[in-house]
Structure formats: structure tokens, C-alpha cells
Design a protein around this ligand. Structure first.
Ligand code: FES
Length: 116
């Protein structure tokens, strides 16, 4: 079972079944990955940088590439969490600032806790 480690101010780690998306993994462990469109490939708020395991993820397609154009600070290791599905390799994923901000906008209770 692959392990996904989320880096950021509030790090998390979770074991998931192969085929799980990065966003689904984040939801399973409480990692702060935004998803303003609900994982429907329409917003880019789930933008993450994959620090380890990038090549093991599902292929990026044209639609993901198009939506990625809306994101800030896109890098070679960028993926949209709702589209990138893991295989059997472990991943290390850094949550982008824009994604964490989107998450905290969606979860004001956690945003308040983060400022305490
Ligand atoms: S959650 Fe909106 S594009 Fe991934």
C-alpha cells in the first residue's frame, strides 16, 4: 500500500490503495489541499508539487494541463491533486500556498485555529 506524505505547515501522512487520487488521500488524512470545484477539474486549487514519486502517478492529460494554466507557480513537478492517481509507489507531496489558502477559505474553522 503506498504511503503519501503531505508537506506544509500542517504535515500529514496516509496509506492509501493504489488508484487513489492525491486529493482523496488528502481528504482521508486531513491534509490541507484545496478543492473549490469539488474535484471536477475546473479550478486548479488542488495544485500540488510532487517532490517524490512524480513518475509513478497517472499520466497528465490535456484537460489537466489546460486547467493547470490557471494555477500560480507551476513547476515541472506540478500536478492537480484531483487528477493525479497513485500507483504502488510512495509519494511526497508539497501543498502549494494557493492550495492551502483555498482549503482554509473552504474551512474557516481550521483557518481560525491556524492563526492561534
Ligand atoms: S479540485 Fe478543482 S481542479 Fe482539482
Amino acid at each position: 500500500m503506498p504511503k503519501i506524505q503531505f508537506l506544509g505547515p500542517d504535515p500529514h501522512e496516509v496509506d492509501v490503495a493504489p488508484g487513489t487520487s492525491v486529493l482523496e488521500a488528502a481528504r482521508a488524512c486531513g491534509a490541507q489541499v484545496g478543492s473549490a470545484c469539488g474535484g471536477n477539474l475546473a479550478c486548479s486549487t488542488c495544485h500540488v508539487w510532487v517532490r517524490q514519486g512524480l513518475d509513478s502517478l497517472s499520466e497528465i492529460d490535456e484537460r489537466e494541463d489546460d486547467i493547470m494554466d490557471k494555477a500560480f507557480d507551476v513547476r515541472p513537478e506540478s500536478r492537480l491533486g484531483c487528477q493525479a492517481r497513485c500507483s504502488d509507489a510512495d509519494l511526497v507531496v508539497e501543498i502549494t500556498r494557493e492550495s492551502r489558502k483555498a482549503f482554509l477559505d473552504e474551512h474557516p474553522d481550521q483557518a481560525a485555529a491556524a492563526t492561534r
